[in-house]
Write a protein that binds this ligand. Sequence first.
Ligand code: ZN
Length: 297
Amino acid sequence: MAVLSPASFVTKGPSSSSSSSSPFPARASFLRAQSISGSEQTNLRSSSASKSMSEFKLKVAKNSTGMTKEREIDDTATLTSKNLFDGLKERFLSFKKHTYLENIEHYESLAKGQAPKVMVIACGDSRVCPSNILGFQPGEAFVVRNVANLVPHFESGPSETKAALEFAVNVLKVQNILVVGHSRCGGIRALMSMHDDVETSSFIGSWVSVGMNARKRTKADASNLNFDQQCRHCEKESVSCTLTNLLTYPWIEEKAKGGELSIHGGYYDFVDCTFERWTLDYKEDGEVSVKDRSFWC
Ligand SMILES: [Zn+2]
């Protein structure tokens, strides 16, 4: 059976081609935008989205009947979907030809069941796909992504992240949990921008409040830094708080104490493409420290 290597996705996938039907034509402008600050990027994107939305509203306002409005909205949606799915179809068929069929034994085995050794908790940010940056192949990692790669305390209410943890740890019996934070995280920026009280007026505010302890620690430890630097500090502090929150789950703590489960933190900086990782050292007496910290550059 051929070995699946990350390179097979890079060299054979349509993303490396110069096809004009790519659904993501903005890639070049994104690369140029990496040289500007996170806040400037956010403003640029808001401005662009706002312009697009105002043009859309203007178009609708010029029409007088409901029927006309509906047709124009549908036409816009169809055009967008067609361009998107032309590109995705090309990518999928390329994946099937160059990856799936060339490794058919591996995929037939995966069809019978999964036994990943690692669970990854990462941000939903489109720039930090764990399989892309760490080369996870199908079957290797159980991945849950949410805003700002947070894990709520065990005693808070239900969430999809908790369900994913329960499944990965108790059913799949993963041996590792890796929490990956990242640079210029919009979720952490939202957390750092809110008031000291838990923000409940929006879904984003309610969710990122899970990281309130990281925000408090950052405000206490990094008050001398400017806001962008505080956000960066909080991105890492938040990963540490998330690792601590993981230990509030009795079945995680038990497995960590027994050596059946290792808990790792990671931080991906996509500005200079570096990755920092560390592992929690959980002693039987409950004392927690950090070990095996390394920096990949
Ligand atoms: Zn993020």
